[in-house]
Design a protein around this ligand. Structure first.
Ligand code: APR
Length: 179
């Protein structure tokens, strides 16, 4: 499925994000930047130790307290086909408080950082929709809306939402169908 976002091409596909041959792969990281499970684990496993080494250097310099939720930072991509990995920290879903703004920020900041790198193609996973418990349909709605809002002020031409399951693909495709 595709959906125009400021002239850029947005699409939802099923697949393993570590195999995406794009300029930037976005990682659903945690504040430590020191790895984890899910997408984070897959990227570090497939990308090799160089990515973690750069993350450790970021913790020792720019982010001694860790990467704030909603922010994004780039490293190289190690052995991955991409050129960069942009690590972003999604919010943990809460039934009591609305953290949508933080999830929105993950997409906006990741696209800003990608644009600063000169990237023109970006692959996103469904940030926060795994371990962090965000309902997939709402995660997809926010991902697409935030991307459409942010992409117009960048030189990014292609965004691929790379999804691990059929339900996720269905929800992201539906979100792309909404104008
Ligand atoms: N490619 C694409 N999507 C994937 C992959 C993959 N290789 N592996 C998992 N996913 C999907 C999950 O099925 C889910 O839909 O990515 C989505 C995000 O799930 P998580 O990786 O659990 O990310 P998140 O919910 O943001 O939780 C982040 O989990 O792995 C830890 O270190 C990470 O603490 C952080 C937390």
């Amino acid at each position: 499925m595709t959906g125009a976002g400021g002239g850029a091409r947005l699409e939802a596909v099923r697949g393993d994000i570590t195999r995406e041959d794009v300029d930037v792969i976005v990682n659903a990281a945690n504040r430590s930047l020191l790895g984890g499970g899910g997408v984070d684990g897959a990227i570090h496993r497939a990308g090799g130790p160089g990515i973690l080494a750069e993350c450790r250097a970021l913790r020792a310099t720019r982010f001694p307290e860790g990467l704030p939720t909603g922010d994004a930072v780039a490293t190289g991509a190690g052995l991955l086909p991409a050129r960069w990995v942009i690590h972003t920290v999604g919010p943990v879903h809460s039934g009591r408080e609305d953290r949508s703004g933080l999830l929105w920020s993950c997409y906006r900041r990741s696209l800003q950082v990608a644009d600063e790198l000169g990237a023109t193609s970006v692959a996103f996973p469904a940030v926060s929709a795994g371990v962090y418990g965000w309902p997939m349909e709402d995660a997809a709605r926010i991902a697409v809306a935030a991307t459409r809002e942010a992409i117009g002020s960048t030189g990014i031409r292609r965004v691929r939402f790379v999804l691990f399951g059929d339900d996720a693909l269905r929800d992201f495709s539906a979100a792309l169908d909404q104008r």
